[in-house]
Design a protein around this ligand. Sequence first.
Ligand code: 5GP
Ligand code: MN
Length: 341
Amino acid sequence: MKNLSAFKQFMSQPRRVVIVTHHKPDADALGSSLGLCGYLQNCGHTVQVISPSDYPVFLHWMPGNDRVLIDEEKNKQTIARYFENAEIIFCLDFSSLNRINNLGDTVRKSTAKKVLIDHHLEPEHFADFEQWDSRAASTAGLVYELIIELGGRNKIDATIADCLYAGLMTDTGGFRHNNTRREEFMIASDLVSLGANPTKVSKLIYDTNTLDRLRLMGFVLSEKLTVLPEFNTAYITLSQQELKRFGSQTGDTEGFVNYGLSIKGIRLSVMIYERSDEIKLSFRSLGNFSVNELARKHFEGGGHKNAAGGSSKLTLEATTQKFLDLLPEYKQQLTAADDSE
Ligand code: 5GP
Ligand code: MN
């Protein structure tokens, strides 16, 4: 953090803190938020974590989950009060305020100090303090580094370490993606020293499938995964009806998009699925092909070079057609030799 001493000074007395993360938080969003929450509480601050939406059941084990406020009708007033009273707001794992829905306006207008802790490309500069690094594989890792910079390592207990480890593990795809640097292993190693339990965390996140989800995955892989060899592309579409057929819950589709990318020769994988209010797109790529650019330019989204997301207000069919119509424009990039893969 550039202005670390000013930040340290501000945090040198007990503060009323709000931590907010992005819509449909994943393990990094929630893990970094709850890890930071635990640390700030250990420092004597009063902290409230707020999520713009619900999130998968396989994240509910995280210590502090019970106190997270979800921005739904019954919590609106309470949440408004927390924001009004906040002296400092931490924004974790998102780079633009439209990722937190209507809470974006609240944060923008708030007179509280703001902190951005994030690793997405092209951040919106709305914060007073930034712990931002697009090379970092996870926001959880950035939270760890900030705590170290603050000299607070002794305040990281095992529950905090588990939360941060969860974010680090999932955003690196289990330390496999090309964002996994030496630093990620160093942080993971230190978190284990501090009490994180990798076996427990990976079991809780990856191996708590419902039978419904496994059946949905089987259906997706056998009937919904389409490969377009001429574009080195694979894609999956999923309607609400199909999702309902398998009793799908929030988070059940997570990771499906990676299967497309696991096919030999595939460089771009996309999952397009229907949510109650919009169409959501999930993009993954290999090498130099930037799905951040694709999502930003055509689907009101963004993310990282090789993992991004977006949305569309068109129908599922029209969104899929829009995506397919774009492919010839990218054919050259998708099929050219790429040594960086
Ligand atoms: P996923 O496909 O797993 O939902 O998201 C992949 C990456 O893209 C994550 O880093 C996520 O935060 C980001 N992302 C997902 N959806 C959106 C979106 O609608 N807008 C932006 N800017 N980023 C997104
Ligand atoms: Mn992240």
